[in-house]
Ligand binder design. Structure first.
Ligand code: UDP
Ligand code: MG
Length: 317
């Protein structure tokens, strides 16, 4: 009896990707012919408002390899990736975007590496950021530098979510069922041996990016709060330094008055100091609040995503 072929699950988060999906399907179907393994493609419709779901229904009805999970609303890419990982049955699991910015043509090479070399995962990073606004590239670089200084979890600059993992690594990631998810950090946190492939930035094939500058900024803060407690250390240290400065100030004032020096005037500077310290206190409370709010959301144990429909529902009818 011939050896049973491996099953590779490909997870594709889709949010308003109706325009890109036909291109994606054509590409992945071509790649499937060149790879010596079975493929199952799990598209996760993240509450799209266009006809992504209709396209997925048709694709899945025509091709048994295509499965889909549709969310009850938009839960974000992190939730979509988690849903896909939970549903994947493959011996190997890949995550890739629907817009072909993660070239499916790399899949055979990635699979070959995992089969022949001693790695658990093959991940990708962008060598260049061509085609991206300059300010965005600059901020992204600064963010990676900062993050690697303040967190023990090493983040690789330009890393994409596009990667192929073996079952063991996928199980480790699925076991991390935290509500506030930052998957790039989770990939690093779980460890395992990862090989990095590099490729030049590719523009999306159709449709628009869902990430505004503001969304990316909030996403990077999410990463900091999830993988570092350094902001809390900084606020404690600042508080300690200010106390120390105040004690020295008090000693100087006492000595001056004991020596009979006249009282110094300067209500304006006093006001500035009060405002500065008051502002600093609010700022530090804000940081504390961020961590507390995350604890609050985690303790509620809300589901990470809610499914409205899957391809299984249609088969039962
Ligand atoms: N995506 C998603 N939910 C969202 C936003 C994006 O599932 O709320 C998906 C999107 O359909 C795409 C991938 O995540 O397949 C990456 O999104 P996008 O291409 O907009 O990001 P970029 O490549 O510009 O960073
Ligand atoms: Mg994209």
């Amino acid at each position: 009896m011939p050896d049973k072929k491996d099953l590779i699950s490909v997870i594709v988060p889709c949010y308003n990707e109706s325009e890109a999906l036909p291109f994606f399907y054509r590409e992945i179907a071509t790649v499937a012919k060149t790879i010596d393994a079975e493929l199952e493609i799990i598209c996760v419709d993240d509450g799209s408002s266009d006809d992504t779901l209709e396209k997925l229904r048709i694709l899945s009805a025509n091709d048994k390899r295509i499965h889909y999970i549709s969310f009850s609303r938009n839960f974000g890419k992190e939730a979509a990736m988690y849903a896909g990982l939970c549903a994947a049955k493959g011996d190997y699991v890949a995550i890739m975007d629907a817009d072909l910015q993660d070239p499916p043509s790399l899949l055979p090479e990635m699979y070959g590496t995992l089969k022949t070399e001693d790695y658990d995962s093959v991940a990708t990073r962008r060598r260049t950021r061509d085609g991206e606004p300059k300010l965005r590239s600059f901020c992204a670089r600064a963010f990676y530098k900062l993050m690697n200084r303040i967190s023990k979890t090493e983040l690789v600059e330009g890393a994409r979510d596009f990667r192929l993992m073996n079952r063991r690594m996928v199980d480790a990631i699925v076991s991390m069922s935290e509500y506030n998810r930052f998957t790039k950090g989770i990939f690093c946190w779980v460890g395992f041996r990862t090989k990095w492939l590099e490729y030049d930035n590719i523009e999306r094939v159709a449709g628009k990016t869902k990430w505004s500058f503001w969304k990316l900024f909030k996403y990077s803060l999410e990463c900091i709060y999830n993988f570092s407690t350094v902001p809390l250390d900084i606020s404690s240290f600042t508080g300690f330094t200010l106390c120390f400065a105040a004690i020295i100030g008090i000693i100087v004032i006492i000595i001056r008055s004991l020596c009979g020096a006249p009282a110094t005037s300067g209500w304006a500077s006093t006001l500035c100091v009060i405002l500065f310290v008051g502002g600093l206190q609010l700022f530090c409370i804000g940081i504390l609040g961020k961590y507390l709010s995350r604890t609050y959301l985690e303790t509620k144990r809300r589901p990470i995503y809610i499914v409205r429909e899957t391809d299984e529902d249609n088969k039962e009818q």
